[in-house]
Design a protein around this ligand. Structure first.
Ligand code: SF4
Ligand code: SF4
Length: 412
């Protein structure tokens, strides 16, 4: 696991992004057009169109930079249909930084012409209070889907995504301090936006798991959005502004533990690069697998790789190792485990048809495993795959990896 840097290198006001916007042209030159990424790209495999492939999109960006194509008319529709899943980065033998190319190209598109509906959607998602109010008000409308007028505004078509239901807090018994190791350190926990509103039980599980390996959470009540949703949707200035503001709310050099793959992926590119850790990598490194030897969870489980965990952060084995440490838990590998489910941040609202196709493909793979539970590590995937589970009869339960681990340590 990466070392936590000294405080002096953090919060300097200079955001150590890996790239800056002037690198866009240079980054596109690394693509040698070999096509090894094509079969890894969900939008290419769904459409068969070169323009919906990583290679095609890089070519479009390159051509627009050279003045041969129009950014808005020729490039935007194809970048809008990109999931930002970064499966192409994993597949690329030349190390092309497609995620950075996409973020910078989208930033350029939005700076040239703002998509007001999308900006409003981002703003309402990135503020927990507003998100809560909006969900409550939307429930007054008929149906369980995202309101039709919102879908028409951002996608021009009818919605596919249900409004997510905030999850109730689980009723865990108090931790027995006499059985816990001494406290040996503090960490911050990223509360986030969607996670805080929709999945507070995941944060609770994380706090308990951290304590089980000797860490406690230093409270930081003023923390807000990390900026990831803006970084992934074409507003790098706002993303960096929010990351800088968050750094002020999480002072010092304590590790920041993240249980949302999309947030963690962005934080590792941002001012938090040296001190953001996905919960699974931190807990594994701190010995949770040994604690899980006493757990009980006699279920069959499969694991879905969230794109921003597997492709964005290169984290595949840590969640699997932790889950495999639970005695009697039967793990079944999921076909196409690291193929995007179509949720992709706000993609299932802005591109509902493609998102639906990918969801059905994902759920067919899940059903093929006969697993009772699918575990994952990202709120967008959680809500979207849970919707498919409901629509397909409710036989499969969707859980965050941390919920599985903590539940296994609290057998009924
Ligand atoms: S992005 Fe990588 S894998 Fe895809 S065509 Fe370019 S060099 Fe080849
Ligand atoms: S990020 Fe995903 S959808 Fe976009 S080009 Fe790469 S593989 Fe395809």
């Amino acid at each position: 696991m990466r070392k936590v840097p000294p405080q002096s290198s953090i919060g300097s006001g200079v955001i150590p992004l890996q790239f800056n916007v002037h690198d866009l042209g240079e980054l596109t030159t690394h693509c040698i057009r070999c096509g090894f990424c094509l079969e890894a790209c969900p939008t290419f495999t769904e459409t068969g169109s070169e323009l919906e492939s990583p290679r095609g999109r890089i070519y479009l960006v390159r051509s627009a930079l050279d003045g041969k194509l129009d950014w808005q008319d020729d490039v935007r529709p194809h970048l809008d249909r990109c999931l930002g899943c970064r499966a192409c980065e994993t597949a690329c033998p030349s190390g092309v930084k497609y995620g950075a190319i996409l973020e910078m190209a989208r930033d350029r598109l939005e700076n040239e012409r703002r998509n007001i509906s999308k900006q409003a959607l981002l703003a309402s998602t990135a503020k927990p209070g507003l998100l809560r109010t909006q969900l409550a008000l939307s429930r007054l409308l008929p149906g369980r889907r995202v309101p039709g007028f919102v879908s028409q505004l951002v996608s021009g078509t009818s919605p596919e995504a249900d409004l997510p239901n905030p999850q109730p807090l689980p009723n865990y018994p108090p931790l027995d301090e006499s059985t816990l190791p001494p406290v040996r350190g503090e960490v911050y926990l990223l509360e986030g936006c969607a996670m805080r509103v929709l999945y507070p039980g995941v944060h609770l599980a994380l706090r308990r798991l951290l304590r089980r390996v000797g860490f406690v959470v230093r409270e930081a009540p003023t923390q807000g959005c990390c900026g990831s949703i803006y970084a992934h949707n074409g507003d790098l200035d706002e993303a960096n502004r929010l990351a800088t503001k968050l750094a002020a709310a999480l002072p010092g050099d304590l590790p920041v533990i993240v249980d949302s793959a999309g947030c963690g992926s962005w934080m590792k590119e941002s001012i938090f690069a040296d001190r953001a850790f996905d919960a699974s990598e931190f807990l594994l490194a701190e010995g949770l697998a040994n604690v899980l030897n006493t757990a009980r969870f006699e279920k069959t489980l499969t694991y879905h790789d969230a794109c921003h965990l597997a492709h964005g952060q290169g984290i595949r084995s840590a969640p699997r190792e932790l889950l495999s440490a639970i005695p009697a838990l039967k793990m079944v590998e999921l076909p196409e485990a690291d193929t995007c489910c179509g949720s992709a941040g706000i993609y299932n609202i802005t591109q509902p048809k493609m998102a639906r196709s990918l969801l059905e493909r994902k759920f067919a793979n899940i059903e093929s495993t006969d697993a009772e539970i699918v575990a994952l590590g990202n709120p967008g995937c959680h809500a979207w795959i849970a919707q498919a589970a409901r629509e397909h009869g409710g036989q499969v339960r969707v859980m965050h990896t941390l919920e599985v681990l903590e539940q296994a340590l609290n057998p009924a």
